[in-house]
Design a protein around this ligand. Structure first.
Ligand code: ZN
Length: 44
């Protein structure tokens, strides 16, 4: 699940798996689908 965070008035979307930040929500969710940094406890 992509996390939202606000920094300096800008909303960022953070990959919950690896912590990578995106300024585009679509990009973030697309990344997360293909993210390799899998944490077994977060598997759906
Ligand atoms: Zn990631």
């Amino acid at each position: 699940m992509v996390e939202e965070t606000t920094k300096d008035g800008t909303t960022w979307y953070v990959c919950e798996k690896c912590g990578m930040m995106f300024d585009d929500r679509e990009e973030a969710s697309q990344h997360e689908v293909n993210c390799d940094a899998e944490d077994p406890t977060y598997l759906q």
